[in-house]
Design a protein around this ligand. Structure first.
Ligand SMILES: NC(=O)c1ccc[n+]([C@@H]2O[C@H](COP(=O)([O-])OP(=O)(O)OC[C@H]3O[C@@H](n4cnc5c(N)ncnc54)[C@H](OP(=O)(O)O)[C@@H]3O)[C@@H](O)[C@H]2O)c1
Length: 255
């Protein structure tokens, strides 16, 4: 049996990934959908023709990685697609965000992403695909989203290095960088002591568009996929302009 693993499948981009996946793969028999809210994972069964196995796990708990590893060993399945989408952000200065939340972002966005990738890789072979959901916030240091943006820098650099490492094995790693996407991300991000720290969400993108581009890039084995012309421009500008200027401009756009 050949499976696709999708983390963060209960909401937003992850749910849309599950919905669209069947159009981009011809060798997936079952989607293993991972997140904490089991009821939302159950609902995915009606959103795709592919078989869905809901796997309720808190990926910030290291025991969850053991559970997933054990399930893969028992199933003896091939993982033909791995999509790491689970993640969250928080808006505000260092003082506005609880320490547990700051560390939680690192645990989920970075540690769990590496952990799930390492658990899945032994079950992947030539032709298998990995999609890492990153963000344009990985292009620059972002005051008022400092930990979140830094966690995505980790995802970008880790995933690109893995793309190179895994090339000889014929496994591709695609890093997807959307801008603002219309999901429940903002509900979580604004639940801080300063919910209005970041309020200008320019060039909001739909999950449908982001996922369509991400899965196309994954299918082609692209290393990096930036969603939207303005975000591609941002990527280039960030390479050319002084970092202090880039940070000041970002702060000004939020005033
Ligand atoms: N929305 C944006 O503007 C935007 C922009 C760029 C990148 N992204 C990235 O896109 C990804 C998906 O975000 P989204 O916009 O779709 O937000 P979302 O709708 O809030 O989805 C977040 C997903 O992560 C899961 N999750 C959260 N904590 C978890 C945990 N401890 N263990 C397992 N799963 C957990 C959530 O499920 P449960 O709560 O059920 O566990 C949910 O399925 C994230 O990596 C985010 O950084 C988002």
């Amino acid at each position: 049996m050949s499976i696709a693993i999708v983390t963060g499948a209960s909401s937003g981009i992850g749910t849309e990934l599950v919905r669209q996946l069947e159009s981009y793969t011809d060798n997936v028999d079952e989607i293993w959908a991972i997140a904490r809210r089991e009821n939302l994972l159950e609902e995915l069964k009606s959103k795709t023709k592919l078989k869905v196995k809901p796997i309720p796990l808190d990926l910030t708990d290291l025991k969850s990685l053991d559970t997933l590893s054990q399930m893969l060993n028992e199933a003896k399945s091939e993982v033909s697609v791995l999509i790491n989408c689970a993640g969250y952000g928080k808006f505000g200065s260092w003082a506005d965000i609880e320490n547990s939340e700051a560390l939680g972002m690192i645990d989920l966005n970075c540690r769990a992403l590496v952990g799930v990738t390492n658990v899945a890789l032994p079950f992947m072979k030539s032709g298998s695909k990995i999609l890492q959901v990153c963000s344009i916030s990985s292009f620059q240091p972002l005051p008022l989203m400092s930990v979140y943006a830094a966690s995505k820098v980790f995802v970008l650099n880790y995933s690109r290095a893995l793309w190179k490492e895994l090339r000889p094995r014929g496994i591709t790693v695609t890093t997807l960088c959307p801008g603002w996407v219309d999901t429940a991300f903002f509900k979580t991000a604004t639940a801080t002591k300063n919910p209005k720290a970041v309020t200008k969400y320019t060039f909001m993108q739909s999950p449908e568009r982001v996922v369509k581009q991400g899965l196309t890039a994954m299918k082609k084995g692209r290393m990096l996929s930036i969603v939207g012309f303005q975000n591609k421009l941002l990527y280039v500008m960030n390479k050319l302009l002084p970092v202090k200027m880039v940070m000041s401009t970002w702060i000004k756009t939020q005033k």
